[in-house]
Design a protein around this ligand. Structure first.
Ligand code: PLP
Length: 396
């Protein structure tokens, strides 16, 4: 079925706007495409890029290779565990005692939740609380995967564990922690996974990014490999070498020591993931705004819309006009706090009360704007489900 303006307009007719929806036909295609891209490795699902429990469950149930979740907050991990999910890797360190304790209580109930750590204070605190609760718990080292070129830090600032020596030093601290066991290492190569290299109009910049990525991938392979080898030589058995994200699957799976790849954004395929040379997913998530006034012919002002994505600021973090084809943002106003003017001179006749469709720049953040989402399949609404926000799950 052709996914044009009238397809979604007819399906969603009469619904209160703004609204968000997931096109399950496209979502399921994205699941299959992720499985194809990853090859034979297990896949850990990044919950932050979905923020909707039924959709997380849909992915996990789709194939046995979807093994586990990467959660972004300890209390979220606890909620997910209590909702029946297991094998949850905390993608980021946590430090608040109550948060750690809540996770440890879940571990004590027999659930597998792995803490992320990158320095001594993380280890000592988790160990202290684990001793108090008399529980043995798994931890994972977050290894920094950015690449330093002369005068350019290519990547993000995450972890102080950059070299083999940094990692080995932390394993010395770990030896003093009787209630902790090292499950493995995670390295998120953000500069490959989250940086588009095929951005329209970026000509030479795309070329430079591609070149930097190529060099950086070499550095990542060498460094991650050396760290795994050093741990093995030290007699430390590791079960987990987690790598990547949606944008780096093709390079992450090249490393023979990588045991699993994390993927999140690929399932909704938000606008920022349109700009990669190596893959293209289907736009499965979108939102509709209602035209509430027409200030001038060709300008349609909608209610709502200011759903700007996080990170470095720039127009690329705005929602992207989707349908009808040809709708355009007005650069002097952008997406407003309560209303958004849109320019359109195309063939579709638009009236007050009609929807316009947009895609968010990022994946999970759209779900923080809506309590529920409509699930669309084969030309109709088949379900209406709560987002994290709708469930009262708010983890910042
Ligand atoms: C640790 C970690 N792994 C993986 C990802 C990739 O997620 P996605 O597939 O949504 O890009 C992220 C995203 O920020 C992350 O922080």
């Amino acid at each position: 079925m052709q996914r044009d303006y009238f397809y979604y307009k007819n399906i969603l007719a009469g619904k209160s706007m703004p609204l968000a929806f997931v096109d399950l036909d496209l979502f399921d295609q994205n699941i299959q495409e992720v499985l194809r891209r990853v090859g034979n490795l297990p896949i850990r699902v990044a919950s932050k890029s979905l923020r909707c429990l039924p959709l997380l469950q849909r992915i996990i149930q789709a194939d046995s290779r979807f093994q586990g979740i990467m959660a972004y907050h300890p209390l979220e991990a606890v909620k997910l565990s209590q909702a029946g999910l297991d094998d949850i890797l905390l993608g980021y360190p946590c430090f608040h005692e109550q948060h750690i304790q809540a996770v440890l209580e879940e571990v004590k109930r027999g659930k597998k939740i792995i803490f992320m750590v990158d320095e001594e204070s993380h280890l000592l605190r988790i160990d202290k609380l684990a001793k108090k609760l008399d529980v043995l718990t798994k931890i994972c080292f977050d290894v920094d995967m950015s690449t330093n070129f002369p005068g350019l830090h290519f990547g993000v600032w995450r972890s102080p564990l950059h070299t083999v020596q940094d990692v080995m030093k932390l394993t010395e601290v770990l030896k003093r922690c009787s209630n902790l066991a090292l499950e493995g290492i995670m390295g998120y190569e953000a500069q490959i996974a989250g940086l588009g290299d095929n951005v329209a109009g970026n000509g030479i910049k795309n070329k430079i990014i591609k070149w930097l990525k190529k060099k950086s991938i070499k550095d990542i392979i060498t460094r991650r490999g050396a760290i795994v080898k050093a741990l093995e030589e030290e007699g430390i058995k590791i079960n987990l070498v987690n790598a990547g994200g949606t944008g780096s699957i093709e390079s992450s799976i090249l490393e023979p020591w990588v045991t699993e790849v994390t993927v999140g954004s690929a399932f909704y395929a938000p606008a920022l993931f349109d700009y990669y040379t190596t893959f293209r997913h289907q736009p499965a998530a979108a939102f509709a705004l209602e035209i509430t006034r027409i200030p001038s012919p060709g300008i349609y002002t909608c209610q709502g819309g200011g759903y700007i994505a996080s990170g470095e600021v720039g127009v690329i973090k705005q929602p992207v006009p989707y349908l009808p084809e040809g709708i355009k943002t007005i650069s002097t106003e952008g997406f407003g706090e309560v209303q958004t003017p849109i320019r359109y001179n195309g063939k579709v006749s638009l009236q007050v009360g009609d929807p316009l469709f947009f895609r968010h720049a990022k994946a999970g953040e759209l779900m923080e704007r809506f309590n529920k989402i409509y699930f669309i399949k084969e030309g109709k609404i088949v379900d209406e489900e709560l987002t994290y926000r709708g469930m009262g799950w708010c983890f910042g």
